[in-house]
Design a protein around this ligand. Structure first.
Ligand SMILES: C[S@@+](CC[C@H](N)C(=O)[O-])C[C@H]1O[C@@H](n2cnc3c(N)ncnc32)[C@H](O)[C@@H]1O
Length: 237
């Protein structure tokens, strides 16, 4: 599976909306994004054994910060290829007094410069659908995980209930892009959001991609009528 949007375009887009990202994220999801990240953290198999965590596509750092509080790990590497997004994460990490635990690094999630078998847990929230080649990303996550380590993916998905789907698609394709464009001043980013979600694999198709990358015991749980889904799986011991 290849995305037809180029990764430089994606990076420039996130650089362009970084300033308004947090506000718009919470505003456009009515704050439910915070609950979704908490739900994703609940799927961690053994929190107390997560000493090394890599949060890929960490953006403005919300999941990395929530993981630091929930798991008390020795180290979290927050990786993102948008320096502007990381620049927004940094003061939040410092404000929480987590700078000894969370290290923010610019990098490409499809070609990580992290050694094999490094992490107890790899997470990615609302990031993988933006990858040029999500299969390559999943293989990288598998490579850097320790045997027995866990991957947790949080990503938008499709609402299945027909009436809710119509209502949600109206919001997602008409209202959200208009508000997003007005506040972020970015002409395209909030049109790209529904397009990228509607084109991306979800449910069983994404579970199959995780299995193909080598993960086992792969499971998924839709959240909020399927607006988002948590996926998780393990590297073979
Ligand atoms: C929608 S934001 C999600 C940020 C954060 N995880 C959250 O939950 O709010 C997507 C992030 O993925 C990053 N991203 C997209 N493709 C990437 C890649 N190939 N490597 C690293 N970061 C990537 C973008 O720069 C952006 O910060």
């Amino acid at each position: 599976m290849e995305n037809n949007i180029d990764k430089t375009q994606v990076r420039d887009m996130f650089d362009g909306i970084a300033e308004s990202y947090d506000f718009l994220n919470h505003f456009l999801t009515l704050g439910i994004d915070v609950r979704w990240r908490k739900q994703a953290i609940k799927r961690i198999n053994q929190k107390e054994q997560c000493n090394t965590i890599v949060d890929v596509a960490t953006g403005t750092g919300d999941l990395a910060i929530a993981l630091a509080k929930a798991c008390k790990p020795k180290q979290i590497l927050g990786i993102d290829f948008s320096q502007e997004m990381l620049n927004r994460a940094e003061p939040k990490v410092i404000k929480q007094g987590l700078e000894q635990i969370i290290t923010l690094q610019q990098g490409n999630g499809e070609a990580l410069t992290i050694e094999d078998n490094y992490a107890d847990l790899v997470t990615i929230a609302f990031g993988i659908r933006n990858f040029q080649n999500p299969d390559k990303g999943l293989s990288e996550f598998y490579r850097i995980l320790k045997p027995g380590g866990q991957l947790i993916v949080l990503e938008f998905s499709q609402v299945k209930q027909p009436l809710l789907r119509i209502l949600f698609q109206f919001y997602f394709k008409q209202i959200l892009p208009a508000i997003g464009k007005r506040i972020s001043k970015h002409p395209e980013a909030y049109n790209y959001l529904p397009e990228s979600v509607n084109q991306f694999a979800e449910g069983q198709e994404f579970c199959d991609m995780m299995c193909k990358a080598g993960f086992h015991a792969v499971q998924s749980k839709p959240l909020s009528f399927g607006i988002a889904t948590i996926y998780w799986g393990f590297k073979t011991v």
